[in-house]
Design a protein around this ligand. Structure first.
Ligand SMILES: [Ca+2]
Ligand SMILES: [Ca+2]
Ligand SMILES: [Ca+2]
Ligand SMILES: [Ca+2]
Length: 314
Protein backbone atom coordinates (compact mmCIF):
# COMPACT_ATOMS: atom_id res chain seq x y z
CA UNK A 1 0.00 0.00 0.00
CA UNK A 2 2.72 2.34 1.01
CA UNK A 3 4.60 1.66 -2.20
CA UNK A 4 1.47 2.18 -4.19
CA UNK A 5 0.73 5.22 -2.19
CA UNK A 6 4.23 6.48 -2.78
CA UNK A 7 3.71 5.97 -6.50
CA UNK A 8 0.43 7.76 -6.69
CA UNK A 9 1.10 10.88 -4.70
CA UNK A 10 2.12 12.63 -7.88
CA UNK A 11 -1.29 12.22 -9.48
CA UNK A 12 -3.01 12.70 -6.20
CA UNK A 13 -0.94 15.73 -5.47
CA UNK A 14 -1.47 17.19 -8.86
CA UNK A 15 -5.15 16.52 -8.58
CA UNK A 16 -5.24 18.28 -5.26
CA UNK A 17 -3.16 21.09 -6.65
CA UNK A 18 -5.46 21.37 -9.61
CA UNK A 19 -8.49 21.33 -7.37
CA UNK A 20 -6.93 23.98 -5.20
CA UNK A 21 -5.36 26.17 -7.86
CA UNK A 22 -7.42 25.37 -10.94
CA UNK A 23 -10.54 27.25 -10.02
CA UNK A 24 -8.47 30.15 -8.76
CA UNK A 25 -6.50 30.14 -12.00
CA UNK A 26 -9.71 30.05 -14.00
CA UNK A 27 -11.16 32.78 -11.88
CA UNK A 28 -8.03 34.84 -12.46
CA UNK A 29 -8.42 34.64 -16.27
CA UNK A 30 -10.08 37.56 -17.94
CA UNK A 31 -13.77 36.82 -18.45
CA UNK A 32 -14.36 34.93 -21.66
CA UNK A 33 -16.87 36.70 -23.82
CA UNK A 34 -20.03 34.78 -24.43
CA UNK A 35 -19.94 33.50 -27.98
CA UNK A 36 -22.87 34.80 -29.93
CA UNK A 37 -24.26 33.59 -33.18
CA UNK A 38 -23.19 36.25 -35.67
CA UNK A 39 -26.19 38.15 -37.02
CA UNK A 40 -25.63 39.09 -40.66
CA UNK A 41 -26.26 42.75 -41.40
CA UNK A 42 -29.51 43.16 -43.30
CA UNK A 43 -28.92 43.78 -46.98
CA UNK A 44 -29.57 47.39 -47.77
CA UNK A 45 -31.82 48.09 -50.72
CA UNK A 46 -31.40 51.25 -52.77
CA UNK A 47 -35.19 51.29 -53.23
CA UNK A 48 -37.94 52.25 -50.81
CA UNK A 49 -38.89 49.30 -48.62
CA UNK A 50 -41.78 50.59 -46.49
CA UNK A 51 -45.17 52.20 -47.02
CA UNK A 52 -45.94 54.43 -44.04
CA UNK A 53 -49.07 56.04 -45.38
CA UNK A 54 -51.25 56.01 -48.48
CA UNK A 55 -54.02 58.58 -48.79
CA UNK A 56 -55.07 58.77 -52.45
CA UNK A 57 -57.11 61.70 -53.66
CA UNK A 58 -60.29 61.35 -55.65
CA UNK A 59 -59.81 59.70 -58.98
CA UNK A 60 -60.83 57.16 -61.56
CA UNK A 61 -58.15 54.66 -60.64
CA UNK A 62 -58.11 54.77 -56.86
CA UNK A 63 -60.55 51.84 -56.67
CA UNK A 64 -58.76 49.87 -59.36
CA UNK A 65 -56.71 47.05 -57.78
CA UNK A 66 -54.21 47.43 -60.61
CA UNK A 67 -53.42 50.97 -59.46
CA UNK A 68 -54.29 51.29 -55.77
CA UNK A 69 -51.76 48.96 -54.14
CA UNK A 70 -49.21 51.23 -52.41
CA UNK A 71 -46.69 48.36 -52.27
CA UNK A 72 -46.19 48.93 -56.00
CA UNK A 73 -44.14 51.99 -55.09
CA UNK A 74 -41.60 49.74 -53.31
CA UNK A 75 -38.62 48.08 -54.94
CA UNK A 76 -37.36 48.80 -58.45
CA UNK A 77 -39.57 50.41 -61.08
CA UNK A 78 -40.50 48.74 -64.36
CA UNK A 79 -39.63 51.09 -67.18
CA UNK A 80 -41.62 51.23 -70.42
CA UNK A 81 -39.55 53.83 -72.25
CA UNK A 82 -40.07 57.35 -73.50
CA UNK A 83 -43.15 56.70 -75.69
CA UNK A 84 -45.28 54.46 -73.52
CA UNK A 85 -45.08 53.87 -69.78
CA UNK A 86 -45.23 50.37 -68.33
CA UNK A 87 -48.37 50.20 -66.19
CA UNK A 88 -47.79 46.88 -64.43
CA UNK A 89 -46.16 48.30 -61.30
CA UNK A 90 -47.64 51.68 -60.50
CA UNK A 91 -49.70 53.08 -57.68
CA UNK A 92 -51.88 56.11 -58.33
CA UNK A 93 -51.98 58.99 -55.88
CA UNK A 94 -55.38 60.05 -57.23
CA UNK A 95 -56.22 63.68 -57.87
CA UNK A 96 -54.98 66.83 -56.19
CA UNK A 97 -53.79 66.29 -52.61
CA UNK A 98 -53.53 62.48 -52.73
CA UNK A 99 -50.27 61.27 -51.22
CA UNK A 100 -48.02 58.36 -50.37
CA UNK A 101 -45.33 58.26 -47.66
CA UNK A 102 -42.47 55.81 -48.06
CA UNK A 103 -39.42 54.76 -46.04
CA UNK A 104 -36.11 53.01 -46.70
CA UNK A 105 -34.09 50.44 -44.77
CA UNK A 106 -31.43 53.10 -44.28
CA UNK A 107 -31.09 56.89 -44.28
CA UNK A 108 -30.72 58.36 -47.76
CA UNK A 109 -27.69 60.63 -47.44
CA UNK A 110 -27.05 64.01 -49.01
CA UNK A 111 -23.79 62.84 -50.52
CA UNK A 112 -21.76 65.36 -52.53
CA UNK A 113 -20.08 62.43 -54.26
CA UNK A 114 -23.37 61.48 -55.94
CA UNK A 115 -23.57 62.35 -59.63
CA UNK A 116 -24.39 66.08 -59.90
CA UNK A 117 -25.14 65.97 -56.17
CA UNK A 118 -28.46 64.28 -56.95
CA UNK A 119 -29.39 61.90 -54.14
CA UNK A 120 -32.76 60.39 -54.91
CA UNK A 121 -34.84 59.43 -57.95
CA UNK A 122 -38.63 59.07 -58.11
CA UNK A 123 -40.08 56.96 -60.90
CA UNK A 124 -43.54 57.64 -62.32
CA UNK A 125 -45.17 57.20 -65.71
CA UNK A 126 -44.41 60.39 -67.61
CA UNK A 127 -43.81 60.08 -71.36
CA UNK A 128 -42.66 62.24 -74.23
CA UNK A 129 -45.54 63.11 -76.52
CA UNK A 130 -44.75 62.03 -80.07
CA UNK A 131 -41.21 61.12 -78.95
CA UNK A 132 -40.55 64.82 -78.49
CA UNK A 133 -38.68 65.42 -75.22
CA UNK A 134 -39.84 69.04 -75.26
CA UNK A 135 -43.45 67.95 -74.76
CA UNK A 136 -44.17 65.67 -71.83
CA UNK A 137 -47.32 64.05 -70.52
CA UNK A 138 -46.49 64.63 -66.91
CA UNK A 139 -48.56 64.69 -63.76
CA UNK A 140 -46.55 66.73 -61.30
CA UNK A 141 -46.40 65.66 -57.66
CA UNK A 142 -44.78 67.64 -54.86
CA UNK A 143 -41.83 66.06 -53.03
CA UNK A 144 -41.26 66.40 -49.28
CA UNK A 145 -38.62 64.69 -47.16
CA UNK A 146 -38.16 64.12 -43.45
CA UNK A 147 -35.34 62.88 -41.22
CA UNK A 148 -36.26 60.54 -38.37
CA UNK A 149 -34.82 62.97 -35.85
CA UNK A 150 -36.46 61.38 -32.82
CA UNK A 151 -35.41 57.91 -34.01
CA UNK A 152 -38.75 56.21 -33.44
CA UNK A 153 -39.11 54.89 -36.98
CA UNK A 154 -42.25 56.95 -37.53
CA UNK A 155 -42.71 59.82 -39.95
CA UNK A 156 -43.65 62.19 -37.12
CA UNK A 157 -40.74 64.60 -37.55
CA UNK A 158 -40.51 67.89 -39.45
CA UNK A 159 -41.19 67.81 -43.18
CA UNK A 160 -39.13 69.80 -45.64
CA UNK A 161 -40.08 70.75 -49.17
CA UNK A 162 -38.20 70.16 -52.38
CA UNK A 163 -39.12 73.42 -54.07
CA UNK A 164 -40.07 72.62 -57.64
CA UNK A 165 -39.68 75.01 -60.55
CA UNK A 166 -43.18 76.46 -60.06
CA UNK A 167 -42.78 77.07 -56.36
CA UNK A 168 -41.11 80.43 -56.17
CA UNK A 169 -42.57 81.33 -52.80
CA UNK A 170 -43.06 78.34 -50.50
CA UNK A 171 -44.22 80.54 -47.64
CA UNK A 172 -47.03 82.02 -49.69
CA UNK A 173 -47.94 78.61 -51.10
CA UNK A 174 -48.07 77.22 -47.58
CA UNK A 175 -50.40 80.05 -46.61
CA UNK A 176 -52.68 78.99 -49.44
CA UNK A 177 -52.91 75.57 -47.87
CA UNK A 178 -50.66 73.81 -50.30
CA UNK A 179 -47.44 74.11 -52.16
CA UNK A 180 -49.02 74.46 -55.57
CA UNK A 181 -52.11 76.38 -56.45
CA UNK A 182 -54.72 73.85 -57.56
CA UNK A 183 -55.54 75.88 -60.64
CA UNK A 184 -51.92 76.53 -61.62
CA UNK A 185 -52.27 76.39 -65.40
CA UNK A 186 -48.57 75.98 -65.97
CA UNK A 187 -48.18 72.67 -64.17
CA UNK A 188 -50.83 70.89 -66.19
CA UNK A 189 -49.95 68.44 -68.92
CA UNK A 190 -48.77 68.46 -71.51
CA UNK A 191 -45.76 70.33 -70.30
CA UNK A 192 -44.38 72.02 -73.39
CA UNK A 193 -40.93 73.34 -72.72
CA UNK A 194 -40.67 76.88 -74.09
CA UNK A 195 -36.90 76.88 -73.69
CA UNK A 196 -36.24 74.60 -76.66
CA UNK A 197 -33.42 72.09 -76.44
CA UNK A 198 -31.36 72.86 -73.42
CA UNK A 199 -32.91 73.57 -70.06
CA UNK A 200 -36.15 72.17 -68.77
CA UNK A 201 -38.82 74.62 -67.67
CA UNK A 202 -40.26 72.19 -65.09
CA UNK A 203 -38.31 70.15 -62.61
CA UNK A 204 -38.22 69.33 -58.91
CA UNK A 205 -41.43 67.26 -58.92
CA UNK A 206 -42.22 63.57 -59.17
CA UNK A 207 -43.80 61.98 -62.26
CA UNK A 208 -42.43 64.38 -64.86
CA UNK A 209 -39.91 62.26 -66.76
CA UNK A 210 -40.12 58.85 -68.45
CA UNK A 211 -38.66 55.66 -66.97
CA UNK A 212 -36.46 53.86 -69.49
CA UNK A 213 -36.58 50.15 -70.14
CA UNK A 214 -33.93 48.48 -68.03
CA UNK A 215 -30.68 48.40 -69.98
CA UNK A 216 -31.61 51.09 -72.53
CA UNK A 217 -28.44 53.09 -72.14
CA UNK A 218 -29.19 55.83 -74.70
CA UNK A 219 -32.92 56.43 -74.37
CA UNK A 220 -33.90 55.13 -77.81
CA UNK A 221 -36.26 52.50 -76.31
CA UNK A 222 -33.98 49.69 -77.48
CA UNK A 223 -32.24 47.70 -74.73
CA UNK A 224 -28.46 47.81 -75.04
CA UNK A 225 -27.46 45.85 -71.94
CA UNK A 226 -30.01 43.23 -70.89
CA UNK A 227 -27.78 42.06 -68.02
CA UNK A 228 -27.65 45.28 -66.05
CA UNK A 229 -29.31 45.00 -62.65
CA UNK A 230 -32.14 47.16 -61.37
CA UNK A 231 -29.80 48.30 -58.59
CA UNK A 232 -27.23 49.49 -61.10
CA UNK A 233 -29.53 50.96 -63.72
CA UNK A 234 -32.25 52.65 -61.71
CA UNK A 235 -29.83 54.38 -59.34
CA UNK A 236 -28.15 56.56 -61.98
CA UNK A 237 -29.79 59.99 -61.92
CA UNK A 238 -30.75 62.01 -64.97
CA UNK A 239 -30.07 65.73 -64.82
CA UNK A 240 -33.60 67.06 -64.28
CA UNK A 241 -32.62 70.54 -65.48
CA UNK A 242 -31.59 69.49 -68.98
CA UNK A 243 -33.85 68.17 -71.74
CA UNK A 244 -33.71 64.43 -72.40
CA UNK A 245 -32.43 61.48 -70.41
CA UNK A 246 -28.69 61.37 -69.79
CA UNK A 247 -26.82 58.38 -71.24
CA UNK A 248 -26.67 55.50 -68.76
CA UNK A 249 -29.50 56.80 -66.60
CA UNK A 250 -32.76 54.89 -66.22
CA UNK A 251 -34.69 58.15 -66.20
CA UNK A 252 -37.13 59.26 -63.52
CA UNK A 253 -37.06 62.51 -61.58
CA UNK A 254 -33.95 63.13 -59.51
CA UNK A 255 -33.45 65.69 -56.79
CA UNK A 256 -30.74 66.90 -54.45
CA UNK A 257 -31.44 66.75 -50.71
CA UNK A 258 -29.63 70.07 -50.47
CA UNK A 259 -32.53 71.68 -52.36
CA UNK A 260 -34.88 71.07 -49.41
CA UNK A 261 -36.24 74.13 -47.61
CA UNK A 262 -38.28 74.76 -44.50
CA UNK A 263 -41.70 75.57 -45.99
CA UNK A 264 -42.48 77.95 -43.13
CA UNK A 265 -39.41 80.13 -43.59
CA UNK A 266 -38.11 79.25 -47.05
CA UNK A 267 -34.69 78.76 -45.48
CA UNK A 268 -32.47 75.80 -46.48
CA UNK A 269 -33.22 72.71 -44.41
CA UNK A 270 -29.54 71.65 -44.24
CA UNK A 271 -30.55 68.02 -43.88
CA UNK A 272 -27.74 65.43 -43.81
CA UNK A 273 -30.23 62.97 -45.32
CA UNK A 274 -33.79 61.72 -45.04
CA UNK A 275 -35.64 58.64 -43.86
CA UNK A 276 -39.13 59.38 -45.18
CA UNK A 277 -40.43 60.79 -48.43
CA UNK A 278 -43.95 62.07 -49.06
CA UNK A 279 -45.15 62.51 -52.62
CA UNK A 280 -48.39 64.44 -53.21
CA UNK A 281 -50.45 64.94 -56.37
CA UNK A 282 -50.11 68.64 -57.09
CA UNK A 283 -52.30 69.31 -60.09
CA UNK A 284 -56.06 69.74 -60.29
CA UNK A 285 -57.04 68.97 -63.86
CA UNK A 286 -59.32 66.64 -65.74
CA UNK A 287 -58.85 65.15 -69.15
CA UNK A 288 -61.68 63.58 -71.16
CA UNK A 289 -59.45 60.73 -72.27
CA UNK A 290 -57.32 59.94 -69.25
CA UNK A 291 -59.55 61.16 -66.42
CA UNK A 292 -58.10 63.20 -63.61
CA UNK A 293 -54.47 64.21 -63.71
CA UNK A 294 -53.01 62.02 -61.01
CA UNK A 295 -49.42 61.22 -60.27
CA UNK A 296 -48.39 57.56 -60.41
CA UNK A 297 -45.38 56.14 -58.60
CA UNK A 298 -43.48 52.96 -59.48
CA UNK A 299 -40.40 53.25 -57.29
CA UNK A 300 -38.08 55.55 -55.37
CA UNK A 301 -34.30 55.03 -55.38
CA UNK A 302 -31.34 56.15 -53.32
CA UNK A 303 -28.77 57.28 -55.89
CA UNK A 304 -26.10 55.49 -53.99
CA UNK A 305 -23.45 57.41 -52.20
CA UNK A 306 -21.80 55.68 -49.30
CA UNK A 307 -24.09 52.69 -49.16
CA UNK A 308 -23.91 51.47 -52.71
CA UNK A 309 -20.89 52.92 -54.47
CA UNK A 310 -18.54 50.19 -55.52
CA UNK A 311 -20.88 47.47 -54.35
CA UNK A 312 -23.69 47.46 -56.83
CA UNK A 313 -22.20 49.56 -59.58
CA UNK A 314 -20.37 47.75 -62.36
CA1 LIG B 1 -27.01 66.04 -52.72
CA1 LIG C 1 -39.84 59.91 -36.18
CA1 LIG D 1 -30.91 51.90 -76.46
CA1 LIG E 1 -32.90 65.39 -68.16
Amino acid sequence: MSLRFSRFPTFFHWSLCWLAVGPAAIAAKPPVQQEQTPVPAPLSSPFATKVLDYLPGEGLYVNDPNFNDPARALGAPIGGGTLLADSTKLVTLGGFGGSITLGFDHTVADDPANHLGLDCIIFGNGVWIGQNPLSRWSEAAVIEISLDTNGNGLADDLWYLIPGSDISDPINQQRNGFYLLPDDPYAQPPLDNPNGDGFEAWWGYADLAPVLKRGDLDGDNSVDNPWVSNESFYTVPDDPLTVGVDAGSGGGDAFDIAWAVDPLTGQPADLPGFDFIRITSAVWSFDNWFGEVSAEIGGVADVGGRAFRGVLRP
